[in-house]
Design a protein around this ligand. Structure first.
Ligand SMILES: *Cc1c(COP(=O)(O)O)cnc(C)c1O
Length: 382
C-alpha cells in the first residue's frame, strides 16, 4: 500500500490550540513510558502539584488530569460536580458557554442559560436576579476567555455574585489559564478547567481540573459517566501516586511536564502574559494600520485571540486569504460568530513579537482576495 503522507508543518499556528509548540516540548514525546511505573507516575504527581501552584498560593487545592480534549474535562466537571438535586446556571456569551449548557442538556441536568449574544459582556443584572429568584440553583458556570470572539469575561464580579448567593463557582479557563495571571482563591473559583494544548503550550490529549480540596472530596458518587468520573479519577491519582484509571496519554503528559518547565524558564505566568500582551498589541496596531477593524472594543478584548471583521471588499474570500498566508508561513483561524463575518488570529503558543511583526508584513504584502492566484495585490485600504 502507498504510505500515508505526513506533511511537515513549515508554518506557525496562530490558532487557539493545538498551537505551535517548542522543539523541547515535542522532543519529550520521543520516549515511551509505563503507566504503572514510578518513573512515570512521579512525573504525573509533579505536574499535578505544579498546576496547583500556578492556580493559587493556597495549598488547599488539588488537581486532576483527564483524558480527552478540553471539552471532555468540562463534561467531567458538569457531569460529576452537580448533584442529582442540583441546578446549573450558565453565564454565556459565545460557543464555549453554550457548550456548557449543551453538556447539561445531554446529561439531563436542570439548567438555565443567560446569553446576551457574542459581542456583549455577560449579563450580570440578569444573573443577580436569577440567583435571587431561582432557589434551586446550586452552581454557576462561566467561560473566562470566550475563545469564540476573544472576549475576556469579568470572572471576579461573577464570582462575587455567585458567592454572595452561596453557590459553587465553575470556570472554564481553557484558553486563559497559564496565559493570564489569576488566583483561584481570590477569584473564589471552586472548579477551574483547562487543557494541555492552550497557554501552557503543550500538545493535545488531556485536560485538567483544579479544585478546592473539600469541593473535590464532596462529589463522590455523583458522576453520570464512568470514564468522565472526575472524583474517581482524582481518587485514583490521590491514592495510587498519580496513577490514571485508564490508559494515560503518556507522551502528551511528558511533553506537558516539559512545557511547565519551559513556562518556568520563561519567567512564569506574569512574563508569559506580558509576551502575549505584546503579541496582541502588535497584532491589533498592525492590523488597524492595514485597515482592518476588530470585532470587539479594546476594553472587551483578551490578549489570547483576536477577531477581525472580514474586509468589505467583495473580492475577499477567506480561503484564499488563508492559503496565501499559509504559503507565507502563517495559519490563521476562521471566525465563529453567528452574526458577523470575521476571522481570528491567535497570539498564544511558541509565538513571539517578531513573528507577529512578520505576519503583519506578510498580510500587508499579500494580495489575499483577487481572482488571479498569481497576482500580488495590495489591501483596498492601503
Ligand atoms: C479550547 C476550548 C475548549 C475546549 O475545546 P476542545 O476542542 O474540546 O479542546 C473549551 N472552552 C474554551 C473556552 C476553549 O477555548
Amino acid at each position: 500500500m502507498k504510505p500515508i503522507e505526513l506533511p511537515t508543518t513549515p508554518y506557525l499556528l496562530l490558532t487557539p490550540g493545538p498551537l505551535t509548540t517548542s522543539t523541547g516540548v515535542k522532543s519529550k514525546m520521543m520516549a515511551d513510558a509505563c503507566t504503572w511505573d514510578d518513573d512515570y507516575n512521579t512525573v504525573v504527581q509533579q505536574v499535578r502539584s505544579r498546576l496547583v501552584q500556578l492556580a493559587t498560593s493556597n495549598p488547599d487545592y488539588t488537581a486532576v488530569l483527564m483524558q480527552g480534549s478540553g471539552t471532555a474535562s468540562v463534561e467531567s466537571v458538569i457531569g460529576s460536580v452537580i448533584p442529582k438535586q442540583g441546578k446549573l446556571v450558565v453565564v454565556a456569551n459565545g460557543v464555549y458557554g453554550r457548550r456548557i449548557s449543551e453538556i447539561a442538556r445531554y446529561l439531563q441536568i436542570p439548567h438555565r442559560m443567560i446569553d446576551p449574544g457574542e459581542t456583549s459582556g455577560p449579563d450580570l443584572e440578569t444573573l443577580e436576579q436569577v440567583l435571587a429568584c431561582d432557589t434551586e440553583i446550586t452552581h454557576v458556570a462561566v467561560v473566562h476567555c470566550e475563545t469564540t470572539t476573544g472576549m475576556l469575561n469579568p470572572i471576579e464580579e461573577i464570582g462575587k455574585l455567585t458567592k454572595a448567593a452561596g453557590k459553587l463557582f465553575i470556570v472554564d479557563a481553557m484558553s486563559s489559564f497559564g496565559g493570564i495571571e489569576m488566583d483561584m482563591e481570590q477569584l473564589q473559583i471552586d472548579f477551574l478547567i483547562s487543557s494541555a494544548n492552550k497557554c501552557i503550550q503543550g500538545v493535545p490529549g488531556f485536560g485538567f481540573v483544579i479544585a478546592r480540596r473539600n469541593c473535590m472530596e464532596n462529589i463522590a458518587g455523583q458522576a453520570r459517566s464512568l470514564s468522565l468520573d472526575l472524583y474517581a479519577q482524582w481518587k485514583c491519582m490521590e491514592d495510587h501516586n498519580g496513577k490514571w484509571r485508564f490508559t494515560s496519554p503518556t507522551h502528551v503528559v511528558r511533553a506537558f511536564a516539559q512545557a511547565l518547565n519551559e513556562l518556568d524558564a520563561e519567567g512564569g505566568i506574569a512574563v508569559r502574559a506580558e509576551r502575549y500582551r505584546r503579541n496582541h498589541q502588535l497584532l491589533v496596531d498592525g492590523m488597524r494600520s492595514l485597515g482592518f477593524k476588530t470585532l470587539l472594543a479594546d476594553a472587551q478584548m483578551s490578549t489570547i485571540i483576536t477577531s477581525f471583521y472580514n474586509p468589505e471588499d467583495p473580492e475577499y474570500r477567506f480561503d484564499r486569504f488563508y492559503n496565501l498566508l499559509k504559503q507565507r508561513g502563517f495559519v490563521i483561524y476562521p471566525g465563529k460568530v453567528s452574526d458577523a463575518e470575521c476571522f481570528r488570529i491567535g497570539n498564544i503558543g511558541d509565538v513571539w513579537p517578531a513573528d507577529i511583526e512578520r505576519l503583519i508584513e506578510a498580510i500587508g504584502e499579500s494580495c489575499y482576495w483577487t481572482d488571479a492566484e498569481d497576482t500580488l495585490g495590495v489591501l483596498a485600504s492601503a
